[in-house]
Design a protein around this ligand. Structure first.
Ligand SMILES: *Cc1c(COP(=O)(O)O)cnc(C)c1O
Length: 415
């Protein structure tokens, strides 16, 4: 038997079933019409936003990195809750505009001319990834007769310790190396563009608050250095994000108290060149990850060489991360339960697998579960971020997953 991540707090039972936001899983599936189904609870997202506001120093902006979950009904509710939307493609830009976002920043390597143009015309801030991209943006803005909003993404000369995905330190396709950033800032200012500041993102999925606080302090110091060297006051410094969530056994949820206290201290002693600067933190998975549950139905129960397999109608084509194939080296079990027997004592060891013809399609590997039968529903937790749009949905030609958004007791979509 192998260990499994911990079911997030506050998931209770109703009539022996897992309850998500006041409703049992069978009712969710009935309302959506079919499995597999992602259910997202807006109340949980709102609670995360409130926790951020309660712990971070006043005036620190919260941006939503929408690649974590770009589903339109969810995004439309995120826009008024946060201070900005961070997009990473022209497609995301269009979704953000359609969702009513007015404060948009666009980072990401390989922006095409048509994406730069769309961002400039939409009034979004371009976080420039290279000198070449800067020249293209300046040229396009001149053609359009628009003053572009330009910021510089700096490839940090430090990394985020303990980060599940390192995005800084050493050779990277992201941002301009720290020692060339000041020259690019000068070039932007000289072009007459509206210089918006600096973007410094060092990594993702960290659970050590001191590591995050260290990275924020390093980002602030780097921003000060670039700003002094370029003799500019950055209106905004995006300090990156990296707030992780506890997917796996032995992981503990991130403690924001430490981050808030240390950020308050760092702001108090910041370099005078940053005196007028606003600061932002950009988060994806921490905001929406725990709010999502993936529900899939058992369609077969079988034995092979002494091992029990519960075969579901879902799989890695919807929830790649839970299968262990999205940026992890060692496969570990996400929290999973038999949702229609929630709270029942475990009586057997079984593996929950998907319906794809590949041994990679394993949603839970040899975990302790109550005995489940064909027709039972399985719930995989921590499914709100990097699920439906970060999985190879077209692989093997199964249908796309259903998605449902609720807010406590109220159904938002479908109603
Ligand atoms: C992906 C990404 C994020 C979001 O990361 P999470 O781990 O989901 O919080 C933030 N900023 C940038 C630049 C990114 O590429």
């Amino acid at each position: 038997m192998k260990a499994m991540g911990t079911v997030p707090a506050e998931f209770g039972a109703v009539d022996g079933e897992l309850r998500i936001a006041g409703q049992g899983v069978t009712a969710h599936v009935a309302a959506a019409g079919d499995t597999p189904l992602f259910v997202y609870d807006l109340a949980r997202i709102r609670a995360q936003v409130a926790a951020f506001r309660a712990h971070m120093p006043p005036g620190v902006s919260l941006h939503y990195a929408m690649k974590a979950n770009p589903w339109a009904p969810l995004l439309a509710r995120m826009v008024p809750m946060v201070d900005g939307i961070d997009v990473a493609s022209g497609g995301e830009l269009a979704l953000a505009v359609a969702a009513g976002a007015t404060h948009i920043s666009f980072a990401g390597p390989g922006k095409r001319d048509r994406e730069l143009r769309a961002a400039i015309l939409a009034g979004a801030t371009l976080n420039l990834e290279s000198e070449g991209e800067a020249e293209r943006a300046i040229g396009i803005a001149a053609d359009e007769g628009v003053r572009p909003r330009l910021a510089v993404r700096v490839n940090p000369d430090f990394d985020l310790r303990g980060s599940g995905m390192k995005m800084g330190g050493g050779a990277k396709p992201f941002g301009v190396d720290a020692d060339r950033a000041a020259a690019l800032v000068r070039r932007i200012v000289a072009s007459g563009a509206d210089y918006r500041g600096l973007h410094i993102f060092a990594g993702s999925q960290a659970l050590d608050p001191d590591a995050i606080a260290d990275a924020q302090a390093s980002a602030m110091a780097l921003a000060a250095r670039v700003s002094r060297d370029s003799e500019t006051m950055p209106p905004l410094v995006n300090l990156g994000g990296g707030f992780g969530i506890a997917y796996f056994p032995h992981e503990t949820p991130l403690d924001l108290t430490v981050i808030g206290r240390r950020l308050t201290d760092a702001l108090a002693v910041r370099d005078p060149v940053l005196a007028e600067t606003r600061f932002a933190i950009e988060l994806g998975r921490w905001l929406v990850g725990e709010a999502g549950v993936y529900l899939t139905r058992i369609v077969d129960r079988k034995e092979s060489h002494g091992e029990t397999f519960l075969v579901t109608d879902g799989g890695l084509h919807h929830q790649l991360a839970a299968s262990g194939n999205f940026g992890t080296v060692v496969r570990r079990n996400y929290p999973a339960v038999i949702a229609t027997r929630f709270g029942a004592e475990p009586t057997e060891t079984a593996s929950i697998v998907g319906c794809l013809c590949t041994p990679l399609d394993r949603l839970a590997d040899r975990v302790a579960l109550p005995r489940a039968e064909v027709g039972d529903l399985v719930a995989i937790f921590m499914a709100g971020a990097y699920g439906a749009t970060a999985s190879p949905a077209a692989f093997l030609g199964h249908p796309a997953p259903m998605e449902r958004l609720v807010d406590g007791d109220a159904a938002i979509c479908p109603e």
